[in-house]
Ligand binder design. Structure first.
Ligand code: CA
Length: 458
């Protein structure tokens, strides 16, 4: 339906798995071996074939001499978008790509990092303590962007200017709550009321999730989440009625299936952490890189052909995404810049890159969805891609709209990364500023644990 509002014909595909199923339902054959036909379909092939057929049909039906074609999608749909742009330079004229779930070999095991860390320190925080640290972060960092609105629009400045350890000793209090059970539609697990003070272990878990995993030799394995992101859903322990204490939560389906089914080739949605350490996590990432290079992982092409064919990409990611790290998008674009323009100055290479590929970090936004506060969210990304391709309207800033709260309906503009927002004149005027070097360095962490790091340098 996404194309209709732009007067376009659009298509979608079940990838050969049926509309009810997902890859993990079918990826293991009855004899326990992997179905590589389905993996390749899911990885990139089905969307490519659908697009070729859809373009030929549209050309016949509309009898049009020039036919433009576009892609849009978020999360797994974002990964699928890059899978097309990277492989088929002249297939799409443009793509609107949100929070892509790419680099799966890292992204999927990374879901298990909070629980692996908690097991290593034998401590699991309650959600209330983690929420308190997030609230303290908001209080300390909201104004760093020049506008007090409940949104941390400068997580980079927040990281440099605020230490979560200052939350130690602060008291928290949350009422008892009952979770909604999405399967039965009724009530699920009860979380008792929580009262206490933030301790060192709470902050240590919070920082582990925020910074991402470091291996046993203190080398950075992968990125975590930006300051201001609510990490309580990832890292909160489970209350035990028997012991009256919080225990390390069980690994979620999404964190288990990649390892059990795609790596271990065992048909199971549960994963035991018995004996699992950060170095096991590193091993899983390495194994996934080797096993799925070229299929489910980010494939490197220099995108020059796509650029020369006039292709344009708008890539966006919520600054407070707690599912797919915002930094995973940032380091991807940085990889593109370094590989395509190795000899140009930083400013010159950005200018060339921004001719066809722009990244926007949406302040306060969660995973493919708006923030719960006053933040805005882009509603017409594909429209901006079309304007850029067909009418040369450069999206210097991406149009967005406030979708909730007292400012609902208000228009907003999102800066092209690495330019970042700063509000002036009593928070009435937004400027997009180039961060200082120290602040820029925050966005490009050195990942030195794996032999081939995420910037593509051997
Ligand atoms: Ca703010």
């Amino acid at each position: 339906m996404g194309g209709l509002v732009y007067g376009a014909a659009s298509g979608c595909t079940d990838g050969g798995m049926g509309w009810e199923g997902q890859l993990n339902d079918f990826v293991l054959k009855a004899n326990g071996s992997l179905d590589y036909d389905l993996i390749n379909n899911f990885g990139y092939l089905s969307i490519h074939e659908m697009t070729e057929i859809g373009k030929a049909m549209s050309k016949n039906i509309y009898n049009s001499s020039k036919l433009y074609s576009y892609y849009q999608g978020c999360s797994e749909g974002g990964r699928e978008g890059w899978s097309q742009v990277q492989r088929y330079a002249d297939q799409f004229d443009g793509a609107a790509i949100g929070a892509p779930a790419f680099r799966q070999s890292h992204q999927q095991p990374n879901h298990d990092w909070p629980q692996i860390y908690e097991q290593s320190i034998e401590y699991a925080p309650n959600a209330c303590a983690l929420e308190k640290i997030v609230n303290e972060t908001l209080a300390a960092c909201d104004a760093l962007d020049g506008k007090v609105d409940g949104i941390v629009a400068r997580s980079d400045l927040c990281s440099l200017h605020w230490d979560p350890k200052t939350a130690i000793g602060q008291s928290y209090s949350c009422a008892a709550s009952v979770a909604f059970n999405p399967i039965t539609g009724g009530l699920g697990a009860t979380t008792p009321a929580a009262n206490g003070t933030v301790n060192e272990n709470d902050v240590s878990v919070f920082l582990a999730v925020q910074n991402g995993p470091y291996d046993s030799q203190d080398r950075h394995l992968y990125v975590g989440f930006l300051p201001g992101t609510d990490t309580s859903s990832n890292a909160a322990g489970t209350y035990s009625d028997t012991t009256g204490a919080y225990e390390v939560a069980e690994i979620s389906d999404i964190g288990a299936e990649w390892i059990t089914e795609l790596l271990q080739e065992v048909n199971s949605t549960t994963l035991s952490l018995n004996g699992v350490t950060v170095d096991t996590l590193r091993g899983w990432m390495l194994e996934g890189m080797q096993k799925y290079a070229g299929t489910l992982n980010t494939v490197w092409t220099d995108l020059q052909e796509f650029n020369e064919a006039g292709g344009k990409v708008i890539h966006y990611h919520g600054e407070a995404d707690n599912s797919i790290p915002t930094l995973s998008s940032v380091i991807y674009q940085e990889q593109v810049r370094r590989v395509m323009y190795p000899n140009a100055s930083y400013e010159d290479s950005l200018e060339k890159l921004h001719d066809f590929y722009r990244l926007y970090i949406i302040p306060g936004a969660a995973h493919c969805s708006p923030s719960a506060e006053n933040g805005s969210f882009p509603q017409t990304v594909l429209g901006s891609v079309i304007e850029w391709v067909e009418n040369e309207v450069v999206p210097t800033q991406l149009n967005a709209t406030v979708l909730q709260g007292p400012n609902e309906g208000k228009a907003d503009k999102i800066c092209t990364f690495p330019y970042r927002p700063m509000w002036n004149r009593n928070a009435t005027e937004q400027e997009c500023v180039m961060p200082e070097k120290e602040v820029l360095d925050f966005w490009f962490p050195v990942l030195d644990s794996l032999p081939l790091n995420s910037y593509g340098n051997a």
